[in-house]
Write a protein that binds this ligand. Structure first.
Ligand SMILES: *Cc1c(COP(=O)(O)O)cnc(C)c1O
Length: 404
């Protein structure tokens, strides 16, 4: 097709320059369910160390069966948005399960965490509000803030240095002294930052939010199923689940597309007034369909299994500790983290990509991240552990790393 329009010409240029720069993403195709081993088109059976299937629930027989049963009971969907005729019983059941799991008064689901987070600020903010964001927050938080500022006149936003409480306090003081900021201040952070695996200092953030009357919003997508004694997330890990002297997070967003079933879906969890306002005013829920009922049923089962079997979380922790030890013993530098994310810094982007490619030839699937996803010179292999891995899988990973 000849490139006639401006879009056609510039897009062809973009794609060609990505290819020339070695940054073109070629999608790998799996021919088996997600698990510690997957079958990949062109590579056969390989060990998978780059999925967010932290608890190994993505292909758990009961999770699969729950989805099949819901498909039989309810069909494909309602062909409607939630507030017209789009709410099935499994949606309400899932929302009760999430609220119990997260320790919040209520929850409300979406087709993705992207959608859930993007609903928060445009729906909750009004003129005079300010949103204060960690500089390394996830793209969906950034877009939610941008959208809120665009569509609600008088909402403003600002950024604090990554995990820097002093810098955040400075921002809060500036907002307090600003005559135009007369409404609610919101502080927002990822629970787990996925490139390093570092976690937000939620008790420190809570204390500052209390001091300056701000609300604390946490997207804990990589924390669910991983952190805390019973896998509730970063808040449990830091003593902020259930009875707590430290206090609580005001509003969570999270994903069902990682540890909690791995299919798709996201949620807002918090006080009932927040989820009710979401139902009344959230544009992605007023104008877009619900989470498919099959996925809702699978996610509900996944969370039930997690709550009934906290040993899965312990196995994930044990696997991660074993992998970190063995990778370090093999002479690699792994960034410390309480999560199941084990980044090995290799420096150069091209080197990370080449190492990832070589690992795949050796039967190990690990993704390399380089600039611009991470700062220049800090390209890395990001190994992610799962409770589904066995010691022999970890040994095979380390053997492959040694051959690089
Ligand atoms: C993965 C992730 C998301 C996206 O979740 P989806 O449900 O796939 O949209 C959002 N926020 C954070 C912090 C994430 O890590």
């Amino acid at each position: 097709m000849p490139a006639r329009h401006a879009f056609d010409r510039r897009t062809d240029d973009i794609l060609q320059s990505l290819e020339a720069g070695g940054q073109y993403k070629h999608l790998r195709t799996l021919q088996s369910p997600m698990g510690p081993k997957v079958k990949m088109d062109g590579f056969g059976e390989v060990l998978c160390f780059c999925s967010n299937n932290y608890l190994g629930l993505a292909n758990h027989p009961e999770v699969v069966e729950a989805g099949i049963q819901a498909l039989r009971d309810y069909g494909a969907g309602t062909a409607s948005v939630r507030f017209i005729c789009g709410t099935f019983e499994p949606h309400l059941k899932l929302e009760q399960t999430i609220a119990k799991y997260m320790g919040t008064e209520s929850s409300y689901t979406f087709v993705s965490c992207w959608n859930a987070t993007e609903t928060v600020f445009p729906t909750f903010c009004e003129a005079g509000d300010v949103i204060i964001s960690d500089e390394l927050n996830h793209a969906c938080i950034i877009d939610s803030m941008r959208l809120a500022v665009q569509i609600k006149k008088g909402v403003s936003k600002t950024v604090y240095k990554h995990s820097d409480l002093d810098n955040l306090e400075q921002r809060l003081i500036e907002c307090q002294d600003n005559d135009e900021i007369t409404g609610q201040a919101w502080v927002v952070t990822d629970g787990v930052f996925s490139m390093e695996g570092d976690i937000a200092d939620l008790p420190g953030l809570r204390a500052l939010c209390d001091k300056y009357d701000a609300k604390l919003v946490v997207d804990d997508s990589h924390g669910h199923g991983v952190l805390g004694e019973t896998g509730r997330g970063t808040h449990e890990h830091l003593g902020m689940f259930g009875e707590s002297d430290i206090g609580h997070v005001d509003i969570f967003t999270g994903t069902l597309g990682k540890a909690l079933g791995g299919g798709a879906g996201g949620f807002i969890a918090g006080p009932k007034r927040a989820t009710e306002l979401t139902i009344q005013r959230g544009r992605p829920t007023l104008f877009s369909n619900a989470l498919p009922v099959t996925v809702a049923a699978s996610a509900n089962k996944a969370i039930e299994i997690l709550m009934a079997e906290p040993r899965r979380v312990q196995k994930l922790r044990d696997n991660t500790a074993m992998a970190r030890q063995k990778i370090t013993d093999a002479g690699f530098e792994v960034i410390e983290s309480p999560t199941a994310i084990c980044p090995i810094i290799v420096g150069d982007t091209a080197k990370a990509i080449a190492m990832s490619k070589r690992l795949l030839e050796l039967g190990v699937f690990v993704i390399g991240f380089g600039y611009p996803v991470v700062p220049e010179g800090t390209a890395r292999l990001r190994i992610q552990m799962s409770a589904a891995h066995e010691p022999e899988h970890i040994d095979a990973l380390v053997d492959a790393l040694k051959k690089l």
